[in-house]
Ligand binder design. Structure first.
Ligand code: THU
Length: 159
C-alpha cells in the first residue's frame, strides 16, 4: 500500500493546477488525511483486498478512526466509515463535522450507500472528503451525497 502524504506536480507545459490531497493546505484537514492513511493500514480485508481508512471529526474537534473489518460471512463486513462513526458515538459524541476517507487507489472512493445513511444520523451537514494515491479528490457534503435523506426527523413526525 502506498502512503504518500504529498502530491508532486508533473513537470512539462501543463499549467492547470492539479486538485488533490497535495493541494490541501489546511493543517487540520491534513491531519485527518494522515490519520485516515494510518488506519487504512490496519484494515482487515483478506477477502476483497480493498483497505479503507476513515476518520470522523466530532464537534469539539476530537478525531475517531475506523478501518473496514471483513468476515468470511461477507455480509457481516463493516465499512471503515461506520466503524469510525460508531467509535465516535461510543466515546460520547453525537455530531460529525467532517469525514475523511482514504483508499490506496488511483481514484478516490465515496462512501457506500449504507455508510451515507449512517453518517446522516450524526452528521447531516458534514463535509465529506475522499483522498487516494492519485491526484483526484472528492470534497463534498453529505447533503450532496444523500439528497432528501431519511433521518430521525421523519420518525418524530408520528410521535
Ligand atoms: N468499504 C468501506 O470500508 N467503505 C465504503 O464506503 C465502501 C466499501 C469496504 C467494505 C469491504 O471491506 C471493502 O471495502 C470492499 O467492498
Amino acid at each position: 500500500m502506498q502512503l504518500k502524504t504529498t502530491q508532486t506536480q508533473p513537470s512539462g507545459p501543463r499549467s492547470t493546477p492539479i486538485l488533490g490531497p497535495g493541494s490541501i493546505r489546511d493543517p487540520a484537514l491534513l491531519r485527518l488525511i494522515t490519520e485516515a492513511k494510518r488506519v487504512a493500514q490496519l484494515a482487515y480485508c483478506p477477502h476483497s483486498h480493498f483497505p479503507v481508512g476513515a476518520v470522523v471529526e466530532a464537534e469539539g474537534g476530537e478525531l475517531f478512526v475506523g478501518c473496514n473489518v471483513e468476515n468470511a460471512s461477507f455480509g457481516l463486513t463493516i465499512c471503515a466509515e461506520r466503524n469510525a462513526a460508531f467509535q465516535m458515538v461510543s466515546h460520547g459524541h453525537r455530531q460529525i463535522l467532517t469525514v475523511v476517507i482514504y483508499t490506496p487507489t488511483a481514484e478516490p472512493t465515496a462512501p457506500c450507500g449504507a455508510c451515507r445513511q449512517v453518517l446522516n444520523e450524526f452528521g447531516p451537514r458534514a463535509r465529506v472528503v475522499s483522498v487516494c494515491d492519485g491526484p483526484g479528490l472528492i470534497d463534498t457534503t453529505l447533503e450532496r451525497l444523500l439528497p432528501q435523506a431519511f433521518g430521525p426527523g421523519n420518525l418524530s413526525a408520528l410521535k
